[in-house]
Write a protein that binds this ligand. Structure first.
Ligand SMILES: Nc1ncnc2c1ncn2[C@@H]1O[C@H](COP(=O)(O)OP(=O)(O)OP(=O)(O)O)[C@@H](O)[C@H]1O
Length: 253
């Protein structure tokens, strides 16, 4: 059997409350993620879904346990170092993009993810045709807004840009933290379809948090249910195909 692309071994993560109390959130997560896995994640509010993604991204350091990337221990790697191979899209369209830069400049910036090289804007012009082609795949007119400042985009276009920025330089692991939750139903469905196509086409490994049970079943090859900081269920493709939305609600009881 091939090595998992990412493995969490008994990972525990705590956070500090405003009054300095240490609160356990992840309470011993064991997870082996294989190359090409597209895992949808569901769970009640506060179950620890975003904390799990933050722990994988390096935004939060586990209090114990370890995180392995292709067999190498990255537990102590900070977020910046992990951006070499991990990309994340958040729920808030404002996160992940630079508002005072144009769409094209943001995309150029994203091609340098994980590199320490400064941004050289004279290299932008020859890249524009490639950026336009990529933006067309988002099906929302982003290709016509290359010179628009990000602050002037609609929420849907901004989120499409965040997604493109996360995937323009192929990440080993793509983290989607309810990335369509702030969008209207049509825009949300479009971005989900594009997400699914991109993951399949580039054979990406992805984790996607969603509160929509239909989407949790429709997308991906694996479903993870988190409850109170633990993995309550880890459902493979075969079992997932047999499930109905009503079955998923049982996990919330
Ligand atoms: N920085 C923090 N300080 C204090 N508490 C926090 C912090 N971050 C998260 N928490 C708490 O940790 C718990 C888990 O949060 P997390 O955001 O991971 O849950 P979630 O499953 O993503 O929930 P939701 O579905 O509401 O987004 C929650 O009770 C939250 O209030």
């Amino acid at each position: 059997m091939t090595e998992p692309i990412l493995e969490l071994k008994d990972v525990k993560t705590t956070v500090k409350s405003a009054d300095g109390q240490v609160i356990p959130i992840l309470k011993g997560i064991n997870l082996k993620i294989n190359v090409g896995d597209f895992i949808t994640i569901i769970g009640t509010n506060g179950a620890g879904k975003s904390t799990l993604l933050s722990t994988i991204a390096g935004n939060l350091r586990p209090s114990s346990g370890s995180i392995m990337h292709n067999g190498a221990d990255i537990t102590k790697w900070n977020e910046e170092k992990r951006t070499q191979f991990i990309a994340r899209v958040f729920q808030d369209p404002k996160l992940g993009t630079a508002p005072r830069m144009t769409v094209a400049e943001n995309l150029l910036l994203a091609t340098k993810r994980g590199m320490r090289k400064p941004l050289t804007l004279r290299k932008l012009k020859p890249k524009i045709p490639e950026f336009i082609e990529l933006a067309k795949s988002m099906n929302n007119g982003l290709e016509n807004r290359m010179n628009t400042f990000v602050s002037g985009l609609s929420g849907g276009q901004r989120q499409a840009l965040s997604f493109l920025m996360a995937t323009i330089k192929r990440p080993d692991i793509l983290l989607l933290d309810e990335h369509t939750a702030a969008l209207d139903p049509h825009t949300s469905q479009n971005l989900l379809n594009v997400t699914d196509q991109k993951i399949k086409q580039d054979h990406l490994t992805a984790l996607m948090i969603t509160h929509h049970m239909e989407d949790a079943l429709k997308y991906g090859n694996r479903l993870l249910v988190l409850k109170d900081g633990k993995v309550k269920a880890d459902i493979n493709q075969e079992e997932k195909e047999k499930l109905q939305v009503s079955d998923l609600y049982n996990f919330f009881e």
